[in-house]
Write a protein that binds this ligand. Structure first.
Ligand code: KPL
Length: 309
């Protein structure tokens, strides 16, 4: 039997590595596409996955975007602001009808990629898996979560979930959801209530629930998000968004949000694809979102070299 085609992984941070290790463990060949010749030179070609069950080592030979092998299947796990440029760098290598799977926070890039790559089935995913890099090539899978993947364009709806095999059958809890936009909006609404505030106040997620002033700011953000979602006819949760956001802040009380980690690490943040996305959508509707706008500006001020989404 022919070996299953390779999955190329663009964006080799914690989440890209987590999926790469699990694909490799399932016997699928995986090729991380690294962002520079310097990175390829220092990358040892393997990753160690650390879980409660111990450590496992995976050989994952890296390559550059300029390599010339065709890409049959592509998982893009970059930060939201890097997705489109990273994809452009490998576009000429995509085999006809190669599925593209986008896995990042926020909204904006997904729709643009789905339109720009209309000949390819384009899917989006959202995950609550918790993983971080622990120096060098070690990856710690710290918190088990769940993931959803679903179609973004007509070609993906026609193709269905078959193209996502084996992403859906790994020992990570992953499901196919044809209404993926709803899931992406739910994650966006939660991230918009938590991430920016923790980045500005330099605090763990749980502080937002405990500190009255932060809690009030979170309530305002949630109320504005709900107003916009209602205007767009976009369902969110069955219970108020603020209750959901509080629940997540409490359940992840000791965690530092991905945005705070970016600010502390001096990296660009995903604010433009989260609160920025909501502000742009609101503007199209003639709606003002003052709390989101203020937060957007405050986070941008903390990282002046922010990227647009
Ligand atoms: O998704 C998250 C993030 O940090 O990006 C939350 C849910 C806020 C957990 O920290």
């Amino acid at each position: 039997m022919a070996a299953p085609p390779c999955w190329h992984i663009l964006g080799f941070g914690a989440i890209g590595r987590l999926w790469a290790c699990h694909l490799a463990r399932a016997g699928v060949s995986v090729s991380p596409v690294l962002h520079s010749a310097e990175r390829l030179r220092t990358y040892p070609g393997h990753v160690t996955l650390c879980t409660d069950a111990g450590e496992a080592h995976f050989t994952l030979p890296g390559e550059l975007a300029t390599a010339n092998t065709p890409i049959q299947q592509l998982l893009v796990a970059t930060k939201s602001y890097a997705t489109e440029a990273a994809l452009a760098g490998v576009a000429q290598r995509l085999a006809p009808k190669a599925p593209i799977v986008l896995l990042h926070n926020g909204l904006g890039p997904q729709q643009r990629v789905a339109d720009a790559f209309a000949e390819h089935p384009v899917y989006a995913g959202t995950t609550t898996e918790g993983a971080y890099r622990d120096g060098g090539e070690r990856l710690v899978h710290a918190g088990r979560g769940s993931s959803f993947f679903g179609p973004l364009n007509a070609r993906a709806r026609e193709t269905g979930e078959a193209a996502l095999e084996p992403l859906l059958t790994l020992p990570l809890e992953a499901h196919y959801d044809p209404a993926i936009l709803h899931r992406l909006w739910q994650k966006l609404a939660i991230n918009a209530a938590i991430n920016g505030l923790t980045a500005v106040h330099d605090c763990a997620n749980g502080e937002l629930a405990r500190h009255p002033e932060y809690r009030e700011a979170m309530a305002q953000l949630c109320q504005e998000t709900e107003e916009l979602a209602c205007r767009l006819g976009q369902p969110l949760f069955e219970t108020p968004l603020f209750d959901q956001a509080l629940k997540v802040a409490e359940a992840t009380a000791r965690n530092y949000s991905s945005m705070l980690q970016d600010v502390r690490g001096g990296r660009p943040t995903e604010i433009d694809a989260i609160n920025g996305y909501l502000c742009r959508e609101a503007e199209r509707q003639g709606l003002a979102l003052p709390a989101h706008q203020r937060l957007l500006e405050a986070v941008r001020a903390r990282h002046p070299n922010h990227h647009g989404d």
